[in-house]
Design a protein around this ligand. Sequence first.
Ligand code: NI
Length: 309
Amino acid sequence: MKINFLNNTFDYKKNLKIQRVKKYIIIAGITIAISIFSNMIAKSDEITYDTKKNIVRQNQPNIKKCLSSPSISEIENTFKIIRIDINDVINSIKEEKEKNEIKIEKKLVAITFDDGPGIFTDRLLDILEENNAKATFFVTGTSVENYSNAVKRAYDLGNEIGIHGYTHTSFTELTIDKIQDEINKVSDLLTDLDITPSNLVRPPYGSIDNTIKENLDYSFILWYVDTRDWESLNKDAVKEQIRSNIEEGSIILMHDIHETTIDAVEEILPELIDEYEFVTVEELFKRNEQELEEHESYRKVKVLEKVEE
Ligand code: NI
């Protein structure tokens, strides 16, 4: 009897030890899972800092319970609860966010980039994507030839491609036929890349007159905010130009061939994104219910008056 009893005691202790080891392995597993999940959340742009804090706060009791849990099955159950809870939190916050987005109407503006694409365009496209922003690119012939992948990517991402001219010669120095030729050559290059250019033209140097407007079947897009990025080649100066001149409905001029411009965009977009929505020129006019007419030039859109519901 005694021996049996001792054996039982021995087995019981051994079993306890195994249970304890199992418990630690599971706790380690849960910790790793939580940290991987937290990392995933931390990297997600969809989820705000407050949301991340909420998820941690909401799950603190579960995590505590889990760590002080006496049995493996209880730990496993708690782990399941944690996973379900985290998904619930994420879903409810996403729903809340979507509702809020419909409520808060942002001011629409159009950022435009001339003379590209260039070596920095891909980086710019990443930044636009990260900020849910769209832009309009007024491209030149040689740039399209040299950076066809970038212009194709810009188009595929939903940005608008307008025409700036094949050689970037001032339109006022050319005959109507020559200007048409400048536009057609770029248009053909884009069509070869399966890109449908919009009917928007930005005359090089903004040089345009009534004869040009009357004789060519395009809408001519000038600008309301001139960042003078080519002149300053300074990130902070570009940001300041945008900050102090931006207005609802404005068209902003930049050049994606300067690295300092891309640096400025990278910093200014997150700064303005709560107040402004960055859309293509076509979208800017469409959403303000204004036609982009041919033979006209534009600097900004006449902002549609908002009706309170
Ligand atoms: Ni230009």
